[in-house]
Write a protein that binds this ligand. Structure first.
Ligand SMILES: Nc1ncnc2c1ncn2[C@@H]1O[C@H](COP(=O)(O)OP(=O)(O)OP(=O)(O)O)[C@@H](O)[C@H]1O
Ligand SMILES: [Mg+2]
Length: 478
């Protein structure tokens, strides 16, 4: 294969950065390759300039420029092409991460267009745990594959403005994971995944057994504020003394009635709440359903359909699932008997609602526990949000992998840069220039920060932008 010579290193270079004079204009984001002191090094153009030694900026009459342009004969060089490359590193023998060589490239080092073989080795490792998510944005002939094991062990954040392709990436990763017989759980707040046209989907109703709920989950379901300690105490006592059998709501109501002498209006308030919400709660709470983990279909995409729930209720359901999945995996890993037998990847959409920065939710506590401990028990938490500035800093700082699509809002950018370890300023500066479906992949699941064009999942038919004008037109016709 022909290797294109692009130019030479000039001036004073650093181990991580060099200046290049080129034969042609350099494209920002383009990959270049050079060899020096025995290292085969990949670099990326971070800055590109075109200048002219004759048309300089101390000319003050356009007619002078016109004269120069006319007088330059064909083939004669009127421009120079300069650029700065960031040195990304060389692949060591283990082939894990790219390492920056300790020596800078000496001036005069030839720079060539990165050969496909080098790019493939870095971006598309041929290993079982690497799965395709797209192609390099600037070199579409090179596949981008990510290490799925690292999602399980180091979690994932999918962050972008609305409509930029987060859910498409969720669908893609879920699809790829089940192709490897993996198990996925998606909390589907908008009901947009249930209709996905792939065979390995299992839609799970959000029903939970009330007897398995924690105090936190129950109070959240009943809209009892966190600081209402007497209400919480009353309900706590009733849950503690709950007999094995009998109708949960009847027993609870009777018990609260009996707590009125002790807790007065607080117990009455809870009782009123339950009476008011009972019909609605019975849609979610069902004593006949088993443990949620027993309803997880192994080797499938389990979609927990939250679309009919209010936020508080969805929060209680998600929290309950996270708690049960973590404990069940702990049981299995530690006792090797009962419990969920396989690692899982859990996607939480609208994570700024369930795992917010500035207030407490039932899910937040459970998500923090999984972010901290999940790795030991094979639970990967993938959080998805269009409002990163609203995300809990503790969970954000535990994310070892990120896919960031277009983000324009500076507060969102700052929040990510502050709490997400793999993010640095160069990357933040890139974010507004991305288009739909273009993502920067960072962290352990890639060998180096990668700008990818994510594959489009045609099986995901819901969640499109609504074409209002077309609907109005059709409606008028019909
Ligand atoms: N990788 C992609 N390639 C081509 N088109 C894409 C890609 N990803 C998303 N799109 C298009 O953009 C639309 C919005 O994508 P998606 O629903 O994934 O965005 P989102 O970030 O989840 O938005 P929201 O914040 O509203 O949930 C999709 O319907 C699809 O048409
Ligand atoms: Mg979405």
């Amino acid at each position: 294969m022909e290797i294109e010579s692009v130019g030479y290193v000039v001036g004073e270079s650093k181990p991580y950065r060099a200046e290049v004079i080129a034969y042609r204009p350099l494209m920002v984001g383009e990959y270049l390759y050079m060899e020096y002191y025995g290292y085969g090094v990949l670099s990326m153009v971070s800055n590109s300039a075109i200048g002219s030694p004759v048309i300089t900026n101390d000319i003050y009459d356009p007619r002078d420029v016109e004269r120069i342009v006319k007088s330059v004969r064909g083939g004669e060089r009127m421009y120079y092409f300069k650029g700065v490359v960031n040195i990304l590193g060389y692949l060591d023998n283990e082939g894990c991460k790219l390492k920056i060589p300790p020596i800078p490239p000496p001036p005069g080092t030839e720079v060539v267009k990165a050969p496909r073989a080098v790019l493939s080795k870095i971006f598309s490792p041929d290993k079982e745990n690497y799965l395709r998510v797209g192609v390099l944005l600037r070199e579409p002939s090179v596949e981008v594959r990510v290490d799925i094991n690292k999602i399980v062990s180091r979690h994932l954040g999918i962050l972008a403005m609305t409509g930029m392709g987060k859910s498409n990436l969720v669908a893609l990763l879920a699809k790829r994971i089940v192709e490897k017989n993996g198990t996925v759980i998606i909390f589907d707040y908008h009901g947009e995944y249930t209709s996905m046209a792939i065979p390995s989907i299992s839609v799970v109703k959000p029903k939970v057994n009330p007897r398995m709920l924690s105090l936190e989950e129950i109070t959240r379901l009943l809209n009892i504020p966190r600081n209402a300690s007497r209400q919480r105490a009353a309900i706590f006592e009733c849950l503690e003394g709950m007999p094995e059998n009998g109708d949960f709501f009847q027993i609870l109501k009777k018990c609260l009635q009996m707590k009125i002498p002790k807790y007065g209006s607080s117990a009455q308030k809870v009782l009123d709440m339950i009476t008011a919400y009972e019909k609605y709660l019975r849609r979610i709470l069902d004593e006949n359903v088993g443990d949620v983990v027993d309803r997880v279909a192994v080797g499938a995409i389990n979609i927990v359909d939250l679309s009919e729930l209010q936020v508080n209720q969805a929060d209680a359901v998600v929290a309950h699932w996270l708690n049960r999945v973590l404990n069940s995996r702990k049981d299995y890993v530690l006792t090797n008997r009962k419990g969920l037998q396989v690692p899982v990847v859990i996607f939480v959409e609208e994570a700024h609602v369930f795992i917010p920065n500035d207030y407490e939710t039932a899910t937040k506590r459970e998500a923090e526990a999984i972010a901290r401990e999940g790795r030991k028990f094979g639970i990967g938490l993938a959080i998805v949000s269009q409002r990163p500035r609203g995300l809990d800093a503790t969970v954000l700082s535990q994310l070892g992998n990120l896919a960031i699509l277009r983000i324009v809002h500076p507060e969102d950018q700052n929040h990510i840069a502050r709490y997400c370890e793999p993010v640095f300023q160069d990357i933040v500066d890139e974010l507004p220039s991305l288009n739909i479906g273009e993502a920067i992949l960072l962290g352990e699941w890639v060998k180096i920060p990668t700008v990818a064009k994510i594959d489009y999942v045609k099986e995901k038919t819901s969640g499109f932008d609504i074409d209002a004008v077309s609907i109005w037109r059709t409606n008028l016709g019909g």
